[in-house]
Every structure is written in C-alpha cells, then in structure tokens.
Design a binder for this molecule. Structure first.
Ligand SMILES: Cc1ncc(COP(=O)(O)O)c(C=O)c1O
Length: 360
C-alpha cells in the first residue's frame, strides 16, 4: 500500500483502506497540541491581517531578536525557519556528500533531507527490547565515522527522551572527532518542566545545532514557524542557503503574542501529564505494550494480535492512528497515537477495551 509519509491525512487513510466515511472521525495521527492554539491567537490573527500586503523583513530582525531574548541568547545564534522542516533541510545542505548517523525509529525527514543532499546515512536503532532506550555506547562508537548525527529529543515516534548526560557525552566525543550533533527539539514544550531543553549548552559546544518548531505546541501547522540555534558562524552559513522570505509575515507578527503564552504552555504540560497517567494505566490494564513516552504521542502494540487488523478495526470505529510503515525498525508493527482531548482519549480506550474482549 502507498502509505502517506506523515499523519494528519484522514481522508487518504480511509480511501487507501477502502473504508467509506462521510461521518465524524477522530484523528489520532497528527501530534499537535490537542488543546488547539492559544485562544487569544484568533484576535491577533485578525490584527495581523494588515501584514498580508507587505513583504516581511528578509532578515527577520525583530522576530529573531525576540527569539534570542526568549532563549537568553544573542541574535547571531538564531535563524528563523519555515517550521522545523526547513531547518532539517538547511542542516543537511551543510553536509552535502558527507556522512550522517540517524538513530531509528525517528522522524523520516532526516533521512529524506540526507537523500536530497546526497549524504550517506548509517543507522543505529533504539533498543526496542529495552523500552526503546538510547544505545549510547554504540552511538559513541559510530560518531567518529560520521560528520553529523541527527537526534530527536523527545523522539518522534516513541516520545522518549535522551538523558542530558548522554547528550553531553555525545557532544564531548563530537568535539574530539569534529562531528556535529543536531538535536531536533520540536516537541520540547510538551515535556514536564523538570526536563531541560539544551539551549544552555550552545555556548559550551561549538558542534551543537538545535532545531525548534512552534507549530506543535501552538497548534499552528498551517502558519508554520521554527528556528535554529547554533554558533554564529554556523548560523551565517545556514542563512546563506535559505530561500528569501521563507517565513511568512503573519506568523512573525504573532510571535510577540506567542511568547507571552507561558500559562498556556504550563497548562498544556499539566493537562498532558494527567491524561498520560489515565491512558497508560488503562493501556497496561488492557495488556497493551506502549512506549514510555513523556509527551503528546506514544507507540502502541498489541502483542496478541496483528497490527493491521487492529488498524482496520480502529478505522471502522472512526479512529485514525498513525501507521508506522515508514519508521525504520517498526515496519508497521506498532501504531502511533496522539494524545487527544479527554473525550477522544476515553473513546479510544473504550474502543480498545472492546477490541480486547474480542481478542482474549
Ligand atoms: C520531530 C519533528 N521535527 C520536525 C517536524 C516538523 O515540524 P514543522 O511543522 O515545524 O515543520 C516534525 C513534524 O511532525 C517532527 O515530528
């Protein structure tokens, strides 16, 4: 089957599976904030209407300054991008024809960006049999043989987080053998507050590049905004290859209002951890395996049944999971679910419970 590369394509999934659905459905396949955009955004979006007729500042000076202040950095360490995706491709472009390491299963765009820019890619895999734990020793061993390592923290699709100490060990080794470590922090805002992001390491490690996305936490995938944090020389090089005006002026006009949404982010974190508690305890009770996630999505597997059958059963019940056919090492054997609203999560659990009654 010609599975779509990403989640959030419900119509295509129904069509591909030959299931007619003109009715309501529950899309668990896209992992954006289930609480939706911050409510004040609508008002500010109307105000930003007057930006439509203007070209944005090609250097995004004000927006870049805002990001820098927000992160406690200087402007020269920041590059605004059209979502996290543009950032991934800009990074890969810096390493044309060189060697990359990707730890699977992870976001498929690292591999695609490497293919586009002709990087040769080596893969290592998370230890599936040990709850997707990070294979530190193997990665340390491989680092000296590659020019760039792509890491995703928290990782899509497992929701797991590489320990800070492991990250430091990789960075130190990277400094020794001149390997750049790229850490995609697209889902960082969903983590419990005691887990820190990595921006504080930027001044210490010249081989670190951080990728951020604001489309996930603020639920604005149509507006699209991301940024990169790296040392100034690297930012200058990355910027040289960026398409002019690649970030739209509407989203940069909204940025000051996004960065004041701390309560919204804290509220999302607290709400999410409560939902995860309910979900994981019920999934355990029903005997499903799930990845030890800390964020707004998780992998699920029914060890007692075929995942294709479970997928179709859920579709027939109007639930759309994310297939895992294009996640290396998962090959469709798991399903990824976003954490959705309380009612939707509860509907999912009830539907899984009925499935369990059928299979046991
Ligand atoms: C890990 C990861 N990084 C980056 C992105 C791209 O995000 P954006 O919508 O900001 O381009 C995604 C999108 O799913 C993702 O899962």
């Amino acid at each position: 089957m010609n599975w779509p590369e990403h989640g959030g394509q419900p119509k295509r999934i129904f069509e591909l599976n030959g299931i007619k659905n003109d009715d309501r459905y529950f899309d668990f396949s896209a992992n954006i904030n289930p609480l939706g955009p911050p409510p004040v955004l609508k008002e500010h979006l109307v105000e930003a209407y007057n930006q439509l007729e203007r070209y944005p500042d090609p250097d995004y000076r004000e927006a870049t300054k805002l990001v820098a202040v927000h992160e406690g950095l200087v402007q020269e360490q920041v590059l605004l991008t059209n979502g996290g995706s543009e950032a991934i491709f800009l990074v890969a472009q810096q390493f044309i024809g060189k060697k990359a390491l990707i730890i699977e299963p992870t976001f498929s765009e690292y591999e695609r960006a490497c293919q586009v820019y002709n990087l040769s890619v080596t893969h290592l895999s998370l230890q599936l049999e040990h709850n997707f734990s990070f294979p530190l020793e193997k990665v340390l061993h491989k680092i000296e043989k590659v020019d760039v390592v792509f890491l995703c923290r928290p990782n899509n699709p497992t929701g797991t987080v590489i320990d800070l100490e492991d990250i430091k060990a990789l960075l130190n080794k990277g400094v020794e053998c001149q390997t750049t470590i790229v850490v995609d922090e697209a889902f960082i805002h969903f983590l419990p507050s005691q887990i820190t992001d990595l921006a504080f390491l930027i001044d210490t490690y010249s081989n670190l590049i951080l990728l951020r996305s604001l489309t996930k936490i603020y639920a604005i995938p149509s507006l699209r905004l991301g940024y990169m944090i790296a040392r100034p020389e690297m930012i200058t090089r990355l910027k040289r290859n960026q398409i002019p005006w690649s970030v739209n002026g509407i989203v940069t006009a909204l940025l000051p209002n996004l960065f004041t949404q701390e309560l919204f982010i804290d509220g999302t974190k607290a709400w999410l951890q409560r939902q995860l508690k309910v979900l994981t305890s019920e999934l355990s009770r029903l005997g499903f395996f799930y990845s030890p996630t800390l964020v707004n999505f998780y992998l699920l597997r029914d060890q007692h049944a075929d995942s294709e059958q479970l997928f179709r059963y859920l579709l027939k019940n109007k639930i759309i999971p994310r297939h895992t056919h294009n996640f290396k090492g998962l090959d469709g054997h798991y399903l990824r679910f976003a954490v959705r609203s309380e009612d939707e999560n509860s509907y999912l659990l009830k539907t899984l419970s009925r499935w369990r009654e059928k299979t046991w």
